[in-house]
Design a protein around this ligand. Structure first.
Ligand code: PLP
Length: 407
């Protein structure tokens, strides 16, 4: 008689269903990151690859004063367990930074430090979602969202952006997705992958609907500092926002700190209390020298986000010059954020096939957006955070590859 093996949790299936189904039905492209992973493997093998498939400034490092702060703390012996919710210095810095960016006054107790926004989003999901409830996602969404939010047992209700709306959020459709079971709406502004910054009037309606219907608005703000402050509308000032908005942010994109895992959540106090309890069981506090460097960045460095914004604007212009008038590929540029998109429907290739062939034929790695939800199946995401020279070479390679498809 065969003995039963111990079971995995249902969560294991919810966070990565493809890992638990028959491998025979999987093709290498099923993974959202397959093209990117292949590009990394090629680069490691010595091939010359231009990587536009991930959202980080891979050729840049964290500003020196921030690094020095961590080094100083390490050398001073700051090697021990730290405050689980975040060091007082960091929580204070987060509260002041949050006020500067959003206009919303919060106390340090409403802030919790997490290992990047990703960890913050996961913890927030655990704090407010559960089996039997629903979470509304605007699609395409950042690839980790479905797993991150449905790990809680909540069902995702996806509202797909449509070409006929110019791939902009249609608030009527978003709000129509609210049911009596809806517990949260998740928005990301500026959005990954589309780069859309939501309009103030739309955010006002969303906050009001959330307040009226007892729904959380979970706002992912990792790219917020990559937009000029006067062009970024945020929901925090609208009536009722203090009760329903939960904000998640990090230093990953604004200060070139992806590897530091320095992020946070800012939430109404009863959520923050639960987030503190979750921190205790999830990570037991961030490294103290990381928190010290993060506080330093938040308190002192307003220049780096500005420099990144200026560089992104210039590179966006380069892409427009090189790819705006290519027949067969349609450039979708919101004018904001870290990415532009190409709609490759007319090439006859799926985004996944286009990206894989582009990589193999030209050494340029872009990200097919099918991992961002079904609405992204014909879209390709290009990250602008590379040297201008590399970006121009990549654009030329994309244009030549596109031309070869119609030859
Ligand atoms: C929309 C969005 N949210 C969250 C994250 C995770 O950010 P962090 O590095 O702070 O965990 C990313 C990373 O690319 C992202 O694009």
């Amino acid at each position: 008689m065969t003995k039963p093996l111990p079971a995995l949790s249902k969560l294991a299936d919810r966070i990565a269903p493809e890992n638990h189904h028959s491998d025979a039905t999987r093709s290498p492209g099923d993974d959202a990151w397959a093209v990117h992973n292949r590009a990394i493997a090629k680069a490691r093998a010595g091939e010359s690859i231009i990587i536009l498939s991930i959202g980080q400034e891979a050729n840049e490092t964290t500003p020196e004063p921030i690094v020095q702060q961590a080094v100083d703390r390490l050398q001073a012996g700051d090697h021990h367990y730290a405050d689980v919710q975040g060091s007082p210095e960091l929580l204070d810095a987060i509260a002041r930074y949050h006020h500067r960016i959003t206009g919303q006054r919060v106390s340090a107790e409403q802030c919790t430090a997490f290992c990047g926004a990703q960890n913050g989003l996961f913890a927030v999901a655990q704090a407010v979602l559960e089996p039997g409830c629903e979470v509304v996602l605007s699609e395409p969404y950042y690839t980790t969202y479905p797993a991150c939010f449905t790990a809680s047992g909540a069902q995702a209700r996806r509202v797909a952006l449509r070409a006929e709306d110019n791939y902009q959020l249609n608030v009527d459709r978003l709000l129509a997705a609210i049911t009596p079971n809806t517990r949260a709406i998740v928005l990301n502004t500026p959005n990954n992958p589309m780069g859309e910054c939501y309009a103030a009037a739309d955010l006002s309606r969303i906050v009001q609907a959330c307040r009226d219907r007892g729904v959380w608005l979970i706002l992912d703000m990792v790219y917020a500092e990559l937009v000029d402050p006067d062009q970024l509308a945020l929901p925090h000032g609208f009536d009722g926002a203090d009760d329903v908005v939960i904000s998640v942010g990090s230093l990953s994109k604004s200060h070139r700190m992806t590897g530091w895992r320095a992020g946070w959540a800012v939430a109404p106090q009863r959520v923050a209390d639960t987030l503190k309890d979750l921190s205790l069981c999830m990570h037991y506090g961030l490294p103290p020298f990381v928190m010290s460097a993060a506080a330093h960045a938040l308190n002192n460095d307003t220049q780096t986000p500005k420099l990144i914004r200026e560089a992104l604007t210039q590179r966006r212009q380069l892409v427009n010059t090189h790819l705006a008038n290519q027949s067969g590929i349609n450039l979708i540029d919101s004018g904001q954020g870290m990415f532009v998109l190409l709609d490759v429907t007319q090439t006859g290739l799926s985004a996944k096939d286009f990206a894989m062939k582009l990589l193999d034929n030209t050494g340029v790695s872009v990200l097919p957006c099918d991992g961002f939800g079904a609405a992204g199946v014909n879209l390709i995401r290009m990250c602008l955070a590379v040297d201008s020279q590399d970006l121009v070479s990549a654009c030329n390679a994309i244009a030549a590859f596109n031309l070869s498809l119609s030859a």
